[in-house]
Design a protein around this ligand. Structure first.
Ligand code: FPP
Length: 222
């Protein structure tokens, strides 16, 4: 969800105001996705690299996250949306973790859509943790090295049980993956838009989906 900082800068506002405006886009995109029957939506809200940002911005983002989770817990519940946080969640402040646990528990049985929220997420760290878990199973004699296949690796990642993404939307014109779901996105269709995240709303989301629907996916075949 890129471009919050630039959105704020062009208006001479603090960066956090860009993030705050960005939560309105989060709300609009979740609603739009739910409306058209998207079953899995993943939002990259905070990366492992984002901890390097100034303390004030990190604190502001954590506070915004708490506030947003509290505010929308009921709407998620009412709309049959299950929240699931993915990432190195132990890095998050205790209060944020507690709020995530509450919202996850409240929405766990919801079956229409799963909202994966990537927090302190890093694709490489996810793979490292997954490989370590598989290695422990091998050492315990539960798994033979030859049985480590694609399904076994997928099953050892934070995203276990979720399908690989069909479409990846990147705002603000960035042309890189930035450590986002590297294992899961090998055949994902990319949609890059110059629109900054705080300006990316319902119609922009539908435009991305329409573009996706015009693509022909061959998965390496002909
Ligand atoms: C990247 O833009 C954005 C982030 C690091 C934070 C995204 C978080 C939100 C939109 C709010 C989170 C809330 C919920 C509930 C998901 P940037 O700061 O890198 O912008 P720039 O590239 O213009 O500097």
């Amino acid at each position: 969800m890129d471009g919050n900082g630039r959105w704020a800068k062009t208006r001479n506002l603090p960066r956090i105001e860009g993030h705050r405006q960005g939560t309105k886009s989060v709300e609009a995109v979740i609603r739009a996705a739910r409306e058209i029957g998207v079953e899995y939506l993943t939002l990259y809200a905070f990366s492992v690299e984002n901890w390097q940002r100034p303390t004030l911005e990190v604190r502001g983002l954590m506070a915004l996250l708490m506030e947003t989770l509290k505010r929308y817990a009921k709407e998620l519940a009412d709309n049959q949306i299950a929240l699931r946080a993915i990432g190195r969640l132990a890095d998050l402040p205790e209060k944020v973790r507690a709020q995530i646990n509450i919202t996850e528990a409240k929405t766990a049985a919801n079956a229409k859509m799963t909202l994966l929220l990537a927090l302190s997420y890093g694709g490489r760290v996810e793979l490292i943790e997954g490989v370590r878990a598989l290695a422990r199973r091998v050492r315990a004699g539960e798994l033979a090295p030859a049985d480590i296949d694609e399904a076994a690796v997928s099953g050892a990642l934070y995203t276990v049980g979720a399908p690989d993404p069909d479409l990846l939307i990147r705002t603000s014109g960035e042309m890189r993956l930035s450590n986002f779901l590297p294992w899961q996105t090998i055949y994902t269709e990319w949609y890059v838009t110059p629109t900054l995240w705080p300006d990316f709303r319902r119609e922009d989301f539908f435009a991305a989906v329409s573009e996706y629907n015009r693509r022909e996916r061959r998965f390496g075949g002909v």
